[in-house]
Design a protein around this ligand. Structure first.
Ligand code: COA
Length: 357
């Protein structure tokens, strides 16, 4: 009897390291209610958020990204990668990108390094970009970091937005492997609708409204959001994108063990799970303790769940996100056995082995 023909195994990016880092300063709802016309009861009822972390004055997105990146490399047992991708809405500067600086501070000088900008969908877009680098043989190992310091762009006196956002960074390491291994990322669904540009924006500081060409009203440098419309889009876009990903992968909702949505607001997350027909026990959320951390939110939720052992090797995980742009995206993966993950909240002064940031 002749041996069955061997099938070539598809090359794929495999998740092999994960970590999060939160700046030590915790801002409770009560603290916000001390300076804004709001209350812990209102914030919890409308968003499910109880507290969030803020960077210290002078602390930039790269500082958080370096701390999360160092921990993720340690989780993967790696000290070298071929590419560093940072996804953020709050880069250190509008030029240059934040990733080369982060790579340099991690001792990864020489690696390819660039930023991905897709607001709160940034992590899923970054994951697709990193997976593409590996699939195209451009890189064997990629460090992907989602990091944001919304406290630097949200008007602290704007009670609608100041209660929602927090700062943080989450990171994953991807290595070349095969599509049938646990940790292999894909399928993906990505999409956008630029007609919704004005629903989420920072008006000034780009080429449309240049800070250099004259005085700019202070509020135009602040993050602005049309909350009610964003809420509706977030639910419908994440639900549709999650369904599209399942169809691409020839999977059913029942095949999903954990859904990890962008942590926008607990009501949004519950609606997405409910609209998909997923029981609430399968919803992974840490929004109560961190708020909306933008591009950091999915890896921070994953790191928190992995460290608390609420996500297990072999489970099928669906990531889904929505953000400014408008943008949306989803990705499926089977959870791998990771050697080590620390809770992002643990040892807040531990930045992964050095005094930074
Ligand atoms: N505390 C108390 N009252 C507040 C408040 C706050 N922090 N923020 C707004 N309000 C008030 C409003 O002024 C309004 O008062 P009015 O009825 O007298 O005019 C009332 O509460 C209702 O405001 P509304 O904007 O309709 O509330 P909402 O139920 O839509 O909740 C958000 C507001 C922002 C929490 C909600 O729209 C939301 O979560 N949107 C999505 C945000 C998000 O997740 N964005 C990220 C997506 S990536």
């Amino acid at each position: 009897m002749s041996a069955p023909p061997t099938q070539p195994r598809d090359r794929a990016a495999v998740l092999c390291g994960l970590a999060g880092w939160l700046p030590p300063r915790v801002v409770t709802n009560e603290e916000l209610a001390g300076r804004l016309d709001t209350s812990d009861t209102w914030i919890r009822a409308r968003t499910g958020i109880g507290r969030r972390h803020f960077a210290e004055p002078g602390q930039a997105t790269s500082d958080l990204a370096v701390a999360a990146g160092r921990r993720a490399l340690r989780s993967a047992g790696m000290d070298e990668v071929d590419a560093v991708v940072v996804t953020t809405t709050t880069p250190d500067r509008s030029c240059p990108a934040t990733a080369p600086l982060v790579a340099d501070r991690l001792g990864l000088t020489g690696a390819a390094a660039f930023d991905v900008s897709a607001v709160c969908t940034g992590f899923v877009y970054g994951l697709a970009s990193a997976a593409g680098l590996i699939a195209a043989h451009v890189a064997e190992r990629v460090l992907l970091i989602g990091a944001d310091t919304y406290s630097t762009i949200v008007d602290p006196l704007d009670r609608t937005n100041a209660i929602i956002f927090g700062d943080g960074a989450g990171a994953v390491v991807l290595r070349a492997g095969h599509s049938d291994e646990p940790g292999a990322v894909g399928h993906f669904d990505l999409g956008s609708d630029g007609a919704g540009e004005e629903l989420i924006m920072v008006a000034a500081g780009g080429s449309r409204q240049r800070s250099a060409s004259g005085p700019v009203a202070p509020q135009d440098h602040h993050f602005a959001m049309r909350g009610k419309e964003v809420y509706r889009h977030a639910v419908t876009r994440m639900t549709a994108s999650a369904r599209a990903t399942l169809t691409l992968a020839d999977r059913k909702v029942d095949d999903i063990d954990r859904i990890v949505p962008h942590q926008a607001n607990l009501r949004i997350l519950r609606s997405v799970a409910e609209d998909l027909g997923l029981p609430s026990e399968r919803l992974v959320t840490n929004v109560e303790s961190v708020g909306n951390t933008g591009a950091a939110s999915i890896p921070l939720a994953l790191a928190d769940a992995a460290a608390r052992n609420t996500i297990h090797a072999g489970e099928r995980v669906l990531l889904t996100a929505f953000g400014g742009g408008l943008t949306w995206g989803s990705c499926l993966l089977t959870w791998p056995a990771l050697a080590r993950t620390d809770r992002p909240h643990d040892n807040p002064h531990d930045t992964g082995g050095t005094q930074e940031p």
